[in-house]
Design a protein around this ligand. Structure first.
Ligand SMILES: Cc1ncc(COP(=O)(O)O)c(C=O)c1O
Length: 437
């Protein structure tokens, strides 16, 4: 596709392009200006934490209950359970949805490692479904080909804060009677057809890790409308002790195997403070993402994300686009990132191909897996052949990310990012000559 573009002028102000900073020109952005993350308000947030400290009640109690009720309400879910991180929210959900040894779970390769570790930690087998090259999400058109008699669940990830194609995923899940666990760790308040992600499948999992849109340092949550399941999750996260409808036949003691991954009152105090800001911040991020996308989408070699039509709100944990080196005179992505950083724009290349990492081989070679699976299922070479994801391989070499705090800046900040990219693109040849001698 030919794009109309005027490389010698920057479209907003029609200002002549200066030399890229990497070649000695002035940088487009003042790095020090970007909003630091996490944000806290000393007057209110510190008071909340001090109150917890002085109360001496530091383990799970009233504030944790309050935070759970607030997060359930914000999402329109019947119940929420908070745990110590998003990884354990996933592990707990899979465990209590009875994802076990011998089960296969369909998962995209473009995600954080936790999504896949949660499957392995329950003794189940991850089966990778390649991504949609335009939306970067699990490709619904490729799911059915990966379903086998062992398939028990689909684990879509709303990666980068953008929603997966939940209407199609739910349709496939219904047809094949599969469980759906949404990894919404990057997508708080993202919506599909006006419904919050994490409330569409059987369970939804969230992360409150420091870089996330609700930063608590560490923390995670499970949402579901299934009360029995949520009671079992509570029991599991608290050493298998009875809770709610999850009661045993014995009068005392634990009723199931479990772990201890409880949230603390400190975490709840910070979380409640962060929740007060989340809605407004989400709106700002979305407005800036839409604006930035409109400013850069016509630059040759820059191909931003596409959203599914069903996306009605997007949290933009990360702003993303593909970098096409062929439109930048063959400049490598690493050199592009280097040049962009020199302009004062923090950026990264994102994930590497997860389905090719060492941990899968290690899991297959473990005594646990050898006892749980027939030999042919642990043939690593065969597994690798079946789990190739060529679209994801290319994406991992082309992706560029901006973290969400950049999207909390002003429109002028977005203009400055677009200006920086425009400068690099117009001078791609000299940048390449300088950086790739
Ligand atoms: C997509 C995804 N899934 C799971 C997790 C795990 O969350 P946590 O880091 O809170 O354990 C994260 C967060 O890093 C994530 O981005």
């Amino acid at each position: 596709m030919t794009k109309s573009f005027t490389p010698s002028l920057f479209a907003t102000e029609l200002k002549p392009l200066s030399k890229p900073a990497i070649l000695g020109g002035p940088s487009a952005c003042n790095k020090a200006k970007w909003i630091k993350w996490p944000i806290w308000v000393p007057e209110t947030d510190e008071k909340r934490i001090l109150e917890v400290l002085r109360s001496g009640v530091w383990s799970r109690s009233a504030l944790v209950n309050e935070f759970e009720a607030a997060w359930a309400k914000a999402n329109g879910a019947k119940r929420c359970l908070v745990v110590n991180n998003g990884t354990n929210a996933l592990i707990t959900s899979l465990n209590q949805l009875k994802i076990e040894a011998g089960d296969e779970v369909l998962v995209p390769p473009y995600t954080f490692i936790s999504t896949v570790q949660a499957i392995l930690m329950n003794g189940a087998m991850p089966v990778f479904v390649d991504i949609d090259p335009d939306t970067f999400q699990i490709d619904p058109a490729k799911i059915e080909a990966k379903i086998s008699p062992r398939t028990k669940a689909i684990l879509p990830v709303h990666i980068l804060g953008m929603p997966a194609d939940m209407p199609r995923i739910m349709e496939i899940a219904k047809k094949h009677k599969l469980i759906v666990i949404e990894d919404a760790c990057q997508a708080p308040l993202t919506e599909v057809n006006n419904q919050k992600v994490g409330t569409i499948g059987n369970a939804g999992c969230f992360s409150f890790q420091n870089s996330k849109n609700i930063p608590i340092g560490e923390g995670g949550a499970i949402l579901s409308n299934d009360i029995g399941f949520m009671d079992r999750c509570f029991s599991f996260h608290n050493l298998g002790l009875p809770f709610g409808t999850a009661v045993g036949t014995f009068s005392t003691g634990s009723i199931r195997t479990g772990t201890k991954v409880r949230f603390t009152e400190y975490q709840a105090a910070i979380g409640l403070a962060q929740l007060e800001r989340l809605d407004v911040q989400t709106t700002i991020r979305e407005e800036n993402a839409n604006y930035l996308k409109s400013k850069i989408q016509d630059i040759p070699g820059i191909v931003p994300y596409r959203l599914y039509d069903c996306a009605t709100r997007v949290s933009f944990h990360l702003f993303s686009f593909r970098f096409k080196k062929e439109d930048f005179n063959g400049l490598s992505r690493d050199s592009f990132l280097q040049a962009l950083r020199a302009e004062g724009v923090p950026c990264s290349g994102g994930y590497t191909a997860l389905n090719k990492q060492q941990f899968l081989k290690e899991a297959f070679g473990s005594t646990n897996f050898k006892r749980m699976y027939p030999e042919d299922m642990l043939d690593y070479k065969k597994y690798m052949e079946l789990n190739q994801c060529p679209e994801n391989d290319v994406l991992c070499t082309e992706m560029v990310w901006f973290t969400q705090n950049l999207l909390l800046g002003s429109k002028e900040d977005m203009d400055a990012i677009a200006y920086a990219i425009t400068k690099i693109q117009a001078n791609a040849e000299s940048v390449k000559k300088t950086l790739e001698k």
